[in-house]
Design a protein around this ligand. Structure first.
Ligand SMILES: N[C@@H](CCC(=O)N[C@@H](CS)C(=O)NCC(=O)O)C(=O)O
Length: 214
């Protein structure tokens, strides 16, 4: 059985877990206590030198980086969540890269780090970074809203890993006070996916695991 090392505080980790569920794979979830530094222990570093979650262990094969992991799992399962058609696959890659590099790194992560992580580890939040993060969130979500106005899913009429990437990235919206109601298409798309088993098996809502101190 595959093992997923993760933390439900972590959108990339949740992305992989949602994908595993959508593929219907059996897995063992191994909780990594990030807030207490388990990712820096020699035990964990022997699994991944990156010192980050998620990590997939499939037999003797170990893999880091959420996008690499979900593509590997989809290819192994021969799933259309990552289409094999050249152009379709390139379009899914485009959205996955855009979400990872821009919506996640440039936008959500800036606000999440300053509002959620910095106070917990004794770092002074940076108001300029927070402002910039919110501006990028608005800019990128407007662009995504336009896309979802034309198509049911990010890469067309079928769900792909691009949608799972987006779902996990916008998951902490309420926690960082991003009002998704101003994006009606995105809200309807999200409500539909959040009601499904593959999401509900990870958590009922983002932050549930924190309430359970996990
Ligand atoms: N690009 C990576 C990002 C992984 C990442 O940043 N994980 C964070 C949690 S969201 C982590 O493990 N942080 C622990 C640390 O850096 O000490 C991916 O998509 O898998």
């Amino acid at each position: 059985m595959i093992k997923l090392y993760g933390h439900r505080f972590s959108p990339p980790s949740n992305k992989v877990e949602m994908c595993i569920n959508l593929l219907g794979l059996e897995y063992e979830f191994v909780f990594v206590d990030l807030l207490n530094g388990q990712q820096r222990t020699s035990d964990f570093l022997s699994i991944t030198s990156f010192g980050k979650v998620p990590v997939l262990v499939d037999g003797n094969f170990k893999l880091s980086e959420s996008n690499a992991i979900i593509k590997y799992l989809c290819k192994k399962s021969k799933s259309d969540l990552y289409p094999s058609d050249l152009e379709k696959q390139a379009e899914v890659d485009m959205w996955c890269d855009f979400i990872a590099q821009h919506l996640t790194m440039q936008a959500y992560l800036k606000v999440m780090f300053n509002k959620m992580v910095a106070p917990r580890i004794g770092i002074e939040p940076d108001p300029r970074s927070i402002k910039e993060g919110y501006e990028f969130i608005a800019k990128f979500l407007t662009l995504i809203e336009e896309k979802l106005n034309k198509a049911k899913y990010l890469a067309g009429d079928k769900i792909t890993i691009a949608d799972i990437s987006l779902l996990a990235t916008v998951d902490p919206s309420e926690m960082i006070e991003v009002n998704l109601k101003t994006y009606p298409k995105l809200t309807a798309w999200r409500d539909n996916l959040k009601s499904q088993d593959f999401y509900q098996k990870v958590h009922k809502f983002y932050g549930e695991s924190m309430m359970a101190k996990k």
